[in-house]
Design a protein around this ligand. Structure first.
Ligand code: BGC
Length: 765
């Protein structure tokens, strides 16, 4: 059993002791966030925690700076600028001094050191007893949370109690020293999954004339502004209060057994780009701090608990029969919920707000891995995530023009501001499947929620522009009996690049054509005003509808008749098979140990590709076909990407290979807790966390949306007695409870509906 997980709670991760390695590792796992900002689970004694910390970063979603990408050799259309999310002033900083001696884990003696992340409440608590060199002891308890009700606020409470005698106590707070501010973390690495730019990235200035302490920061090149303010309340009125530079301090003669308390609030305002708004926003932030401080830590905490209760009530999954897994599972759901941008303008990065890995970029991960969880349990957030794509549609149009495609839009492979930020196009821009991924997500969202308004407006426009792009990128190939082909693309598997007719991409594009054609027909038929406005604004021509239908019908989908296998692309089976078994363990992931061209020359997969296509459209393939393809592609897959295992697990359930499904699921659900990919230090693997939810609901629950009906084909692994979860579907809430013997579907909110349990129809009311 993982040491973080104990038997006595299905909600709490517990770390005990002061081992630097463990504390450093848990910095990512204990990160707290709310979609607007997040802060890693680092210790409060900032600056004295080097051995205990990989990065103490506090990150604001989409607060980034940019710099020109330096290429050794440039070519037309390459991505121009890095976009790098940068740590903002660290509001966790607290210094405790006893008899003028400063606490840290290497001074004096610390005992009973314990940190607990309470998933149910969304609160991180640290407790310990510290003995200084003079033998005086204090008991300390520090609580921290990132508020959902006040999304700009980080709340902390430190409570110190002298243990054996009265003592001289001092507590000092402050944002990091101004001179250190604006440095991107010192992380330097050749690992393309890290890639943080070093150096000073923003200017900062104190704001005068506000009631609370306020700092204005502005990024160097993107000119994004942020106000960071703080407000502290100390319990003892007799304390000696002083300020020095950035710091505030309270000195007090503390009495044995009596607890002194500091409540600390730090606010990170919303990002703004017009500097003239600064004073108004500073004022607003200051007022917010006053309000929150008047409410007080205790009540803010109760609100947080209530918010989390509502979240869990809808989004929890219960497993009977495996307590370790139960916590592990909840840990994933917790982080998913924390990571999603909620304002419609920002999205969800591959690491959430738990680390600087992948520079805070948004990928296809959102639509294909994280979105299903939101779609079926928090549809309002799902809509906001999709709306972000609408906000960058214009950039996607520009990108298509840059790629000499004269119609439609191509979404950036990785980005914050909508512009392509991937400097390596073979595994970046070439992944044009991102268009089809977004289209698929929109289609599923509209079907599952019934949100016609989004479907007829933002959704429609995106579906049409992505379809236009594919129509212009591809062509009819006479040598393939006139089939519609898409050449020189990269599929999800990044160990195979720039190929013709990647099966996954072609299938996604094919469906994109269908979604677009169906929507246009629906608009024309219903004369929906919103829809018609979109068609006329983007200058839709009727002949496009016929083009899409024709491309849909003639899409080339490579298949090897001789082996009866679906082909990943035109050339895949012509390559030699990589000898995975005899590759030394330390050479994985291959991307860190072999030149791309070495990898591309072989049949070897980083992640699910064809198998992913078959999962998404599972009713379009026979079970026999899926089983054959699964066996083949599994044998050439390294799972070097964290996006792989969950899909293989779900498809194992689909094929009724339950032991395999269970094993993949265990790796998926515990990936970050057990640091399976050896890079959790850079942030959690958010896509895999979404994969965990999908494994439960799509895998073991067997949920598929077929036409307009929810189909369930539940199958439990031997190890479990029962799983219970809820899904939302078109303003209804359905509670599903599955054991080995039976499946129970209960409609707990909304109008009656028919669902399918295997082949049997069930009427829920
Ligand atoms: C995967 C991509 C993924 C990216 C961000 C890469 O390792 O191959 O599919 O989008 O990580 O998570």
């Amino acid at each position: 059993m993982n040491t973080l997980i104990s038997n006595d709670s299905k909600w709490i991760l517990t770390e005990e002791g002061t081992d630097p390695e463990t504390i450093r590792q848990n910095e990512t796992l204990f990160a707290l966030s709310n979609g607007h900002f997040g802060t890693r689970g680092s210790l409060e004694e900032v600056g004295r925690t080097k051995n205990y910390s990989h990065s103490e970063a506090t990150l604001v979603n989409a607060y980034y700076d940019s710099e020109p990408i330096q290429y050794g050799e440039w070519a037309y259309g390459y991505a121009k600028e890095h976009q790098t999310v940068i740590p903002v002033p660290n509001g966790k900083k607290l210094t405790i001094k006893l008899d003028n001696e400063r606490f840290d884990l290497e001074a004096g003696k610390t005992t009973n050191h314990k940190r607990q992340l309470d998933l149910k409440k969304g609160i991180l608590t640290r407790t310990f007893t510290w003995e200084n060199t003079k033998g005086h002891r204090i008991d300390v308890k520090i609580e921290r949370f990132v508020s959902y009700d006040y999304p700009e606020i980080l709340a902390q409470k430190v409570a110190v109690t002298p243990h054996d005698d009265d003592c001289a106590l001092e507590i000092v707070t402050g944002l990091d020293d101004l001179k250190d501010l604006g440095q991107a973390s010192e992380i330097e690495s050749n690992d393309p999954r890290v890639k943080t730019q070093k150096g000073r990235r923003f200017r900062s200035e104190k704001i005068k004339n506000t009631q609370n302490k306020m700092l204005h920061i502005e990024t160097n090149n993107t000119n994004l502004n942020l106000i960071v303010g703080e407000k502290n309340q100390f319990s003892s009125p007799s304390a000696d209060y002083s300020t020095k530079g950035n710091e505030e301090s309270w000195e007090v003669k503390a009495i044995k057994g009596e607890t002194v308390v500091l409540e600390r609030l730090v606010a990170y305002s919303n990002i703004f780009d017009d500097n003239s708004e600064r004073d108004g926003i500073a004022q607003r932030t200051s007022t917010l701090l006053n309000e929150a401080s008047a409410i007080g830590f205790q009540e803010l905490k109760e609100k947080q608990i209530k918010h989390m209760e509502e979240f869990w009530d809808m989004s929890d999954i219960e497993i009977e029969g495996d307590d370790e897994l139960q916590v592990g599972l909840r840990f994933n759901l917790f982080h998913l919920y924390q990571a999603a941008g909620r304002d419609g303008n920002r999205n969800m990065s591959a690491k959430g707000l738990t680390g600087e890995g992948y520079e805070g970029h948004y990928f296809w991960d959102t639509e294909m891995y994280m979105l299903p969880f939101f779609l079926y349990t928090q549809p309002k957030i799902a809509k906001r995530l999709l709306n972000y794509r609408y906000t960058i549609l214009e950039e996607a149009r520009n990108r298509a023009r840059e790629m000499a495609v004269d119609a439609g839009a191509l979404f950036a492979w990785r980005t914050i501001n909508g512009k392509e930020a991937s400097p390596y196009y073979p595994a970046g821009t070439a992944q044009i499947h991102i268009n089809g991924d977004i289209a698929h997500a929109i289609h599923t969202y509209v079907k599952a929620t019934g949100d016609k308004r989004f479907g007829m407006k933002e959704g429609l426009e995106i579906l049409l522009e992505t379809a236009r792009f594919y129509a212009a990128w591809g062509h009819y190939d006479e040598k393939r009996n006139g089939a519609f082909v898409l050449n020189d693309v990269t599929g999800p598997d990044e160990y195979t690049a720039i190929v013709n007719n990647n099966y996954y991409t072609n299938l996604m594009a094919k469906h994109n054509f269908k979604y677009a054609a169906d929507m246009v027909e629906a608009v024309l038929e219903s004369e929906d005003e919103l829809g018609q406005e979109v068609l006329s604004r983007i200058n839709f021509k009727k002949k496009e509808l016929n083009n899409w239908k024709k491309a849909y019908e003639n899409m080339f989908l490579p298949y090897d008749e001789e082996q009866q296998l679906t082909m990943q692309d035109d050339s895949f089976f012509h390559k030699e098979v990589w000898d995975i078994e005899n590759t030394p363990k330390e050479n994985f992931p291959l991307l860190l140990n072999y030149h791309p061209l070495t990898i591309y020359r072989y049949q070897v997969n980083k992640q699910a590709d064809t198998v992913l296509a078959q999962f998404l459209f599972s009713d379009e393939f026979s079970q026999e076909q899926k089983a054959r393809d699964y066996e083949y592609y599994e044998s050439v897959t390294t799972h070097d990407s964290s996006l792989s295992r969950s899909i293989f697990g779900i498809m194992a359930s689909d094929l009724n290979q339950m032991e395999k499904a269970y094993n993949y699921f265990m790796d998926t659900a515990l990936m970050d807790i057990s640091d399976l990919q050896s890079n959790t230090k850079d942030g959690v693997h958010a896509a895999n966390m979404g994969g965990t939810w999908m494994s439960m609901i799509y895998g073991f629950g067997g949920l598929r949306l077929v036409g307009d009906t929810l189909h369930f084909k539940p199958r439990l692994p031997e190890e479990w007695k029962r799983i219970t979860f809820k899904v939302q579907f078109r303003h209804r809430v359905i509670k599903v409870s599955i054991s080995k013997e039976e499946a129970d579907y209960q409609l707990i909110k909304g109008e009656p509906l028919v669902i399918k349990h295997f082949d049997e129809e069930r009427y829920l009311k």
